[in-house]
Design a protein around this ligand. Structure first.
Ligand code: MG
Length: 174
């Protein structure tokens, strides 16, 4: 099928957009190099180690909020032996580039939305088997990079984002 044919077929297809969002991105990057910390509470701290900038699922479950000063949660850190990392933005940018490079193969057009999120235009790509396609994307990213992601799909960016939120909220292991 030529390029113009693809465009013709997508013109009559309803739009399908996917938002791929890395789970707990900075924490997931650190865990790639410390797989022993998978399933354990992990936080990444801001430049001067003053505030919490990323939390694993285990830390979120303890009620620790994004952006809180570390001293306010020191007791919980000690009590639950939360592992702390200073932020390493060089590493996160590198891992982000690897994730985005993997995603590129799945859609004719992609918009990198933030360091850990991208919209893929899947119109006419996987209309019949969108769920299976989303699972393929997740498997490919985790295999290539070690980073777990959630995929939300919908006819608009807003609905794709909402579906992604739902995937994160109701998937027990994220
Ligand atoms: Mg994210």
């Amino acid at each position: 099928m030529g390029r113009s044919d693809q465009r013709d077929s997508s013109a009559v297809m309803p739009p399908l957009l996917a938002l791929v969002d890395c789970n707990n991105f900075y924490v997931s990057c650190e865990r790639v190099f410390r797989p022993d910390l998978i399933g354990k509470p992990v936080m990444v701290l801001s430049n001067n180690d003053g505030c919490v900038v990323a939390r694993s699922k285990e830390v979120k479950d303890l009620g620790i909020k994004m952006g809180v000063p570390v001293f306010q949660v020191q007791q919980l850190i000690n009590q639950h032996q939360i592992q702390l990392f200073s932020s390493n933005y060089t590493l996160y940018a590198d891992m982000s580039a690897r994730v985005m490079a993997t995603l590129e193969a799945f859609a004719p057009s992609m918009e990198v939305y933030s360091i850990d999120e991208a919209f893929l235009d899947l119109t006419g790509v996987c209309q019949q088997d969108a769920v299976a396609y989303g699972q393929r994307i997740r498997k490919a990213v985790v295999r290539a990079t070690g980073i777990p992601v959630c995929v939300g799909m919908g006819p608009t960016k807003t609905l794709a984002k909402l579906a992604n939120f739902a995937a994160k909220k109701w998937h027990p292991s994220f």
